[in-house]
Design a protein around this ligand. Structure first.
Ligand SMILES: Cc1cc2nc3c(=O)[nH]c(=O)nc-3n(C[C@H](O)[C@H](O)[C@H](O)COP(=O)(O)OP(=O)(O)OC[C@H]3O[C@@H](n4cnc5c(N)ncnc54)[C@H](O)[C@@H]3O)c2cc1C
Length: 282
């Protein structure tokens, strides 16, 4: 057996971490990013398949918030009963590929692959998500905004597994929404995507969280636009181009050019808020 034939599928996290502490291994979950990137029938390096670790899959709600296991699939998220604050994440899950990809692709795979166009990132940013990574030496937690360090780059270390995503209790407040702009309606990689989570009190915006992806090296929150919404009835027109455009650094690629991304960003953010206005008025 050559090194490239080695395939591990442990049942426990402890076994997986022990293997990782010994030798570098390629972590595999749903493989929906790994296989297209590999362009071969088999993954080339020694593989650590983490989908046999039951503890890493599933969504738990507790007093400290919501915990999403690393190998939780997009389908699991769609099927889970979660507060309206998670509606943006659920909408994003429905737009990741088609049903087959949603059944295999995992939330941690989406984050670790670190594509600027990863649909899971903007809604998780509006939920103030933190990621937990474990190695044989222990665990650490990082805000998602610090975990993602650039296109295809993260704070992950080779002896670590991203084990869980934590959503703090306060982030279950309010309602969320997600909007994706693509060259067609379905099965498309985002040209840009936006997420919002709005907390209203007596019809006044008490808290606003807005995020945009695929318009900068990593998806970002939009603090000036959030401030502009806060303390008044929810009105998407309070957001101006300057509150958004100054934060973006889009690129030209096969899906759209930078100028198009800049032009559409404001409209996309406003449209992400519009359903939340209508729902409150009903
Ligand atoms: C046809 C098609 C359509 C797609 N459409 C979309 C789309 O619309 N939107 C979108 O955002 N994505 C899309 N994707 C990309 C992909 O499906 C998602 O990013 C998915 O969530 C990846 O999860 P996975 O479990 O398959 O990751 P994998 O392919 O198994 O892994 C991806 C990367 O993450 C690492 N990794 C995985 N889990 C962990 C962990 N727990 N700890 C540390 N490292 C880990 C792997 O080593 C690898 O580098 C599409 C892919 C395909 C093939």
């Amino acid at each position: 057996m050559t090194e490239s034939d080695i395939y591990h599928r442990p049942d426990t996290l402890a076994d997986a971490l022990a293997l990782l502490s010994d030798t570098p291994l390629r972590i595999a979950a749903g493989c929906t990013d790994l296989f297209p990137a590999t362009e071969r029938k088999a993954l080339p390096s020694p593989v650590l398949d983490i989908t046999g670790i039951a503890d890493l899959r599933g969504i738990k709600r507790g007093p400290d918030g919501v915990t999403i296991g690393a190998t939780t699939t997009w389908r699991d998220i769609i099927d889970c009963d979660l507060p309206p604050a998670f509606d943006g994440l659920k909408l994003a899950a429905r737009e990741v590929g088609a049903r087959q990809i949603q059944a295999r692709g995992t939330i941690a795979g989406n984050l670790c692959n670190a594509s600027p166009a990863a649909d899971g990132v903007p809604p998780l940013l509006t939920l103030d998500a933190e990621v937990e990574m474990q190695s044989a030496a222990g665990a650490r937690r990082l805000p998602l905004s610090l975990f993602l360090t650039g296109p295809r780059a993260t704070a992950w270390a080779p002896d670590e597994i991203l084990t869980r995503i934590h959503i703090p209790a306060h982030a279950s407040d309010g309602e969320g929404f997600f909007l994706k702009l693509g060259a067609r309606k379905y099965l498309v990689i985002s040209i840009a995507m936006t997420a919002a989570r709005i907390v209203l009190e007596d019809r006044i915006v008490k808290w606003a969280a807005l995020a945009i992806g695929a318009c900068s090296p990593v998806a970002i929150r939009l603090p000036e636009a959030e401030t502009a919404l806060t303390g008044a009835p929810l009105d998407p027109m309070r957001i101006t181009d300057a509150m958004i455009a100054d934060h973006l650094s889009p690129i030209d690629d096969m899906r759209a050019d930078a100028a198009y991304r800049r032009r559409t960003a404001l409209e996309l953010v406003r449209r992400t808020l519009t359903p939340l206005v209508r729902e409150r008025a009903a």
